[in-house]
Design a protein around this ligand. Structure first.
Ligand code: F3S
Length: 65
């Protein structure tokens, strides 16, 4: 799984970096950012899916996986 945030969709709700701070951070304006290269280790998939499910804008993409 490889995470990406679609910057055209993200409205800065912040649920991604609140729910999965090991995978997401925020920029200066509170918009979500994927940390590192976005690749999700097996032990982080649960947190990744939680963030994806809780983004109100459906802005987080998992690379189809
Ligand atoms: Fe943006 Fe969704 Fe996170 S709107 S800040 S990607 S919860």
């Amino acid at each position: 799984m490889k995470l990406q945030i679609n910057p055209e969709r993200c409205q800065g709700h912040g649920r991604c970096y609140t729910l999965a701070p090991e995978l997401f951070g925020e920029d200066d304006e509170g918009y979500g950012q994927v940390l590192g290269d976005g690749l999700v280790a097996p032990g982080q998939e649960r947190a990744a899916r939680l963030a994806v499910a809780n983004c109100p804008e459906h802005a987080i993409d998992t690379g189809g996986d």
